[in-house]
Design a protein around this ligand. Structure first.
Ligand SMILES: [Zn+2]
Length: 105
């Protein structure tokens, strides 16, 4: 016959582990919530920056350093910054994009 005492201890041990697991799950849930909020905030910020950059692209005006940096990094990240395809993913270099950057430096 199984040792009742040891079975009881095993169940207690398991309870402890479930408790810890449950706490960890709670922490992960909080972190997930924070990440989702951060992501929403960044998406909104990104949208605003895109709007601003698009404004500069359409204006053909000399852009402030910060905006130019943004356009350059957007291009380096693989997006079009030319009037034709602004914001679309690009494959390889785009002459219009490069021209756009050159005309502002
Ligand atoms: Zn382009």
């Amino acid at each position: 016959m199984a040792d009742k005492q040891s079975i009881f201890r095993e169940v207690e041990d398991l309870q402890d582990r479930i408790g810890i697991f449950y706490q960890e799950l709670g922490k992960i849930k909080l972190q997930l919530q924070e990440l989702i909020e951060e992501n929403q905030r960044l998406s909104l910020e990104n949208e605003h920056l895109r709007d601003r950059a698009k404004f500069y692209v359409e204006e053909h005006a000399p852009v402030p350093g910060e905006a130019l940096q943004y356009l350059m990094s957007l291009y380096e990240d693989g997006f079009h910054i030319c009037n034709l395809n602004y914001g679309a993913m690009r494959e390889g270099d785009c002459l219009f994009c490069l021209q756009n950057l050159q005309s502002r430096t």
